[in-house]
Design a protein around this ligand. Structure first.
Ligand SMILES: Nc1nc2c(ncn2[C@@H]2O[C@H](COP(=O)(O)OP(=O)(O)OP(=O)(O)O)[C@@H](O)[C@H]2O)c(=O)[nH]1
Ligand SMILES: [Mg+2]
Length: 205
């Protein structure tokens, strides 16, 4: 009886842990974005821009938003490293896809890398946040323009949103993360992942 009550108590008052994958081609600004997230949401400052180098392995960032713990996985986007992305699909609750909105010459490459990821069955039903990054640059296109330009097919059944952000000045980041937490909490994929892993809630501290 005690363990049943304890389980119920933990379930109601614990923080859910979500895994969010941050993808995008090289130089889209993924690591800079992650470091900005840490600066916004945790007591420790993220790395300054000039100390960030191209990612070869995996960067991990942990933050807490409302009642959720989020673990971000930031992977390298260079062409030779993109084959590693799919190793993380199965465990991800959601996907953030960054695009350098000030670099139209690479939109096509970004689009095809995103479409390839979305075709993968291990990412089925994962909510998608597409970020038009580097809005601090005057030539950056808006989120709406990027949406029109990419003209992604087959997004209809997927929960998704385009948002304009800057990993330098932080605009748009809070709105994006709050939207993502809300959709992950209601997502069918979250239910499926919980059921598969025999979800044990992490007690809140
Ligand atoms: N102006 C501007 N530059 C940015 C922004 N975010 C990143 N950058 C710059 O873009 C370059 C690439 O940034 P990274 O964060 O290393 O990009 P990445 O997507 O992690 O790259 P890989 O690790 O190689 O996949 C760096 O010179 C950053 O300083 C931004 O919001 N605005
Ligand atoms: Mg990086």
């Amino acid at each position: 009886m005690f363990s049943l009550m304890h389980g119920l108590w933990s379930y109601m008052f614990s923080k859910t842990e979500f895994h969010v994958l941050i993808l995008g081609i090289d130089k889209a600004g993924k690591t800079t974005f992650l470091e900005k997230l840490k600066t916004i949401y945790s007591i420790s400052e993220g790395l300054p821009h000039d100390r960030i180098v191209p990612t070869v392995g995996l960067n991990i960032g942990r933050i807490e938003v409302s009642n959720a713990k989020i673990v971000f996985w930031d992977l390298g986007g260079q062409p030779g490293l993109r084959s590693i992305w799919e190793k993380y699909y199965e465990e991800a609750h959601a996907l953030i896809y960054l695009i350098d909105a000030a670099c139209p010459s690479r939109f096509e490459e970004s689009k095809s890398a995103l479409e390839k990821a979305l075709r993968h069955e291990d990412l089925q039903g994962a909510p998608l946040l597409i970020l038009a990054n580097k809005q601090d640059l005057s030539n950056a296109v808006s989120a709406e323009e990027l949406d029109r330009y990419l003209d992604l097919k087959k997004l209809d059944e997927r929960v998704y949103m385009f948002e304009a952000v800057s990993g330098y000045d932080g605009r748009g980041i809070k709105e994006s993360v709050e939207w993502l937490v809300g959709v992950m909490e209601r997502s069918k994929r979250t239910e499926t992942l919980r059921a598969r892993t025999g979800y044990v809630p992490v007690p809140s501290s």
